[in-house]
Design a protein around this ligand. Structure first.
Ligand SMILES: [Zn+2]
Length: 271
């Protein structure tokens, strides 16, 4: 099997900024750029290359930007679960986390989407997140960095502390399609004053990292799957969308297939 690349887009829009302690109107406008400019630009690029991708869309975004969300579905991309309000689950009480997750499911159901996959906002989990995602019937999660190119079943109920070595919990039924900060546009590019984030990476540097990851996987990993995490409000800028196109062309020339995460997960053996 050829290498697979999963292009994934977290369409956070305003929700990612509302998660900050201090939110200002101009911060929210940066989020709106993702809906106004980023999503149409990403969709045009995917269409030009005949590719299908996965969009993780918080319920807050679905309700705030229904037309942009509809345009993703009309182009036959996958829409998956990314919480309702983009609150870091590790900061929520279990009942708050469940309520947020169920609210997002209701919103997605309202646009005809029964999501196969979940990605945690903020790439972090609480003690109960994976059990909740499993209980709610998801096929896959894409929030963890335990592996790089291979799907695996994440464990639930690990016990570990400084004084106690790892005691492994049970393997969940979920497939984990791992991600990484190295392959995340926000980490490299997104500048912010407060809280301060340096951002501002040169696209050629990021392209070198992303292509390097793909090339190593393609040469060394059997049936490798590369997850690239992007945000329309970040990757949508001209110099970055141009970089994404070069990355797509590089992987395609090497014979990679591009697949939606849900399609990848459904082809893995059920457990
Ligand atoms: Zn997000």
């Amino acid at each position: 099997m050829a290498s697979i690349v999963c292009l994934t887009f977290d369409f956070d829009a305003l929700s990612v900024w509302l998660a900050y302690e201090k939110v200002t109107p101009a911060m929210l406008q940066r989020g709106e750029y993702g809906a106004r400019v980023g999503v149409p630009r990403v969709l045009r690029l995917l269409e030009a290359h005949g590719l299908k991708a996965t969009f993780f869309v918080p319920g807050h975004t679905v309700e705030s930007f229904p037309e942009e969300t509809a345009s993703i579905l009309e182009a036959d991309h996958e829409v998956a679960h990314h919480s309702y309000a983009h609150v870091d689950p590790s900061t929520q009480k279990p009942e708050e986390e469940r309520a947020d997750m169920e609210r997002a499911l209701q919103v997605l159901d309202g646009i005809g989407v029964q999501p196969h996959g979940f990605r945690s906002p903020s790439a972090d989990l609480s003690e109960v997140t994976l059990a909740l995602v499993e209980e709610l019937g998801f096929v896959y999660d894409s929030s963890l960095m335990t592996d790089d190119y291979r799907p695996f079943h994440p464990r639930i109920g690990d016990q570990v502390s400084r004084g106690q070595p790892l005691e492994r919990g049970r393997e969940s039924r979920l497939w984990e399609l791992p991600l990484s900060f190295e392959l995340d546009d926000w980490v490299h590019f997104q500048f912010n004053f407060d809280p301060y984030r340096k951002g501002g990476a040169t696209p050629s540097d990021v392209l070198e990292i992303w292509q390097g990851e793909f090339d190593w996987m393609n040469e060394n990993a059997d049936d490798g799957i590369l997850t690239v995490t992007m945000h329309p409000q970040v990757i949508g800028r001209g110099h970055r969308i141009a970089m994404l196109e070069r990355f797509i062309e590089h992987c395609a020339e090497a014979g990679a297939g591009f697949e939606r995460m849900g399609d990848v997960a459904r082809k893995l053996p059920a457990s």
